[in-house]
Write a protein that binds this ligand. Structure first.
Ligand code: FAD
Ligand code: DHB
Length: 387
């Protein structure tokens, strides 16, 4: 089998890339190790920045998102028993985020790709990248664990294969540098079947720590509680989690959290990770394969899409005008202007104990500005490549 761009991973990075390339007339094939049902059924991120919403619409994939997604125009910050509303829409000249779960985005991207005649091979195993330092790279894989080895020959390989995939590991260790920052706290995250308790997200720092009340759908809520990263989840019974959420979220004004059965819980140690460069020979890595941000900024999905927006423009310039410098610049994309260091308002809140109101508002404004900054960067990067 042969294609122009061989993509490993049908997550946000891989699927958005395939759509962007298709729009530019460039062929691709996606190899994905999980089943379609698994990819479409795993609840992960939930917050789409305004420019990702715009991109979904531009690609003709936004119809269900616009119908079923929920648009948030602000957030609430709480400390010392008081709730403060931050109107992000007003502070950003009309920008707002969409709460539309990642797996719903993926369903729309997969259906769109298949409707366009695109190829996504689910359930592959033994994915091996080879020849990226030659002009003839290839990916070997099996459709079933005991199946024959097949080869996808391509011009370029993109590792959009998440943190644990083979993409990053294919860059020889002598050519790659990995940076990691481990924060001294964790977030205990839960998913619960319960109705919405408030019309927007609440970031709270009171009682004995930080809590975030987020959402996925009108019936599924996502909450986080700051905790010791070394805690054993078994020590957190559902009752203890709910007590902590009430202590950190209730402000004594009669409002209270709506409870429901908790169907998923886990402790996320907070860390940031960056690998550079993001290119080696004809291999490019994108999204979680290249960088991990803690869940505090609701950034991971959005950064993955930002990567492939830049990469797709660079590939388009290469194929249509034989201009390679966009691809060369993608290599050091993180070094230039990555928002990693300035997009963790939740980490800021949790880090500082009981910070002053002004600091909290600054953190919120940073949160609200980050989408424009990324979009502006992506646009200027692509304009650069068009020159
Ligand atoms: P992934 O989504 O990990 O996709 C990689 C794909 O590659 C996977 O489908 C994997 O199966 C496949 N793969 C791996 N190895 C192979 C192989 N050898 N062969 C073939 N395929 C392979 N981000 C936000 O922006 N907002 C949020 O609110 C948010 N909340 C989150 C909540 C949770 C609980 C989690 C876990 C993450 C959250 N994130 C959030 C982060 C976000 O989900 C990730 O950053 C995003 O999925 C990254 O996309 P990706 O395409 O780079 O990688
Ligand atoms: C989520 C996580 C965040 O850190 C945030 O700021 C907003 C939402 C979430 O997972 O829903």
């Amino acid at each position: 089998m042969r294609t122009q761009v061989g993509i490993i991973g049908a997550g946000p990075a891989g699927l958005f890339l395939a759509h962007l390339l298709h729009r530019a007339g460039i062929g691709s094939v996606i190899l994905e190790s999980r089943s379609r049902e698994d990819v479409e059924g795993t609840v992960r991120a939930g917050v789409l920045e305004h420019w990702v919403v715009g991109l979904m619409n531009e690609l003709g994939l936004g119809e269900r998102m616009m119908r079923e997604g929920h648009f948030h125009t602000g957030i609430s910050l709480q400390w010392n028993g008081e709730r403060h509303h931050v109107d992000i829409q007003e502070l950003t000249d009309g920008k707002r985020v969409a709460v539309y779960p990642q797996h719903e985005v993926l369903k729309d991207l997969i259906a769109g790709r298949l409707a366009d005649g695109g190829t996504i091979i689910f359930g592959v195993s033994g994915t091996t990248i080879r020849g990226v330092d030659t002009d003839a790279p290839a990916i070997d894989f099996r459709r079933a664990p005991d199946g024959a080895v097949e080869t996808l020959a391509c011009d370029y390989v993109v590792g959009a294969d998440g943190f644990h995939g083979p993409g990053r590991q294919t860059i020889p260790s002598a050519h790659r540098t990995e940076y990691q920052k481990i924060y001294p706290f964790g977030w205990l995250g839960i998913l619960t079947h319960a109705p919405l308790s408030w019309h927007e997200l609440i970031y709270a720092n009171q009682h004995d720590g930080f809590a975030l009340m987020s959402t996925r759908t009108p019936d599924v809520q996502r909450m986080y509680i700051q905790c010791d990263p070394a805690d054993d989840i078994a020590a957190w019974s559902d009752a203890r989690i709910l007590d902590a959420l009430h202590a950190r979220l209730d402000i004594g004004d009669g409002w209270t959290l709506h409870e429901g059965p908790i169907f998923q819980k886990g402790i996320i140690p907070l860390r940031s990770f960056v690998c550079e460069p993001m290119q080696y020979g004809r291999l490019f890595i994108a999204g979680d394969a290249a960088h991990i941000v803690p869940p505090t900024g609701a950034k991971g999905l959005n950064l993955a899409v930002a990567d492939v927006l830049v990469l797709s423009r660079a590939l388009e310039a290469r194929y249509k005008r034989n201009i390679r410098d966009g691809l060369d610049r993608y290599r050091d994309r993180l070094r230039a202007a990555h928002p990693l260091r300035r997009s963790r308002p939740g980490a800021d809140l949790a880090d500082r104990g009981a910070p002053a109101g002004r600091e909290l508002c600054r953190a919120a404004v940073r949160l609200s500005q980050s989408p424009c900054q990324i979009a502006a960067r992506s646009q200027s990067a692509s304009q650069d490549r068009g020159r």
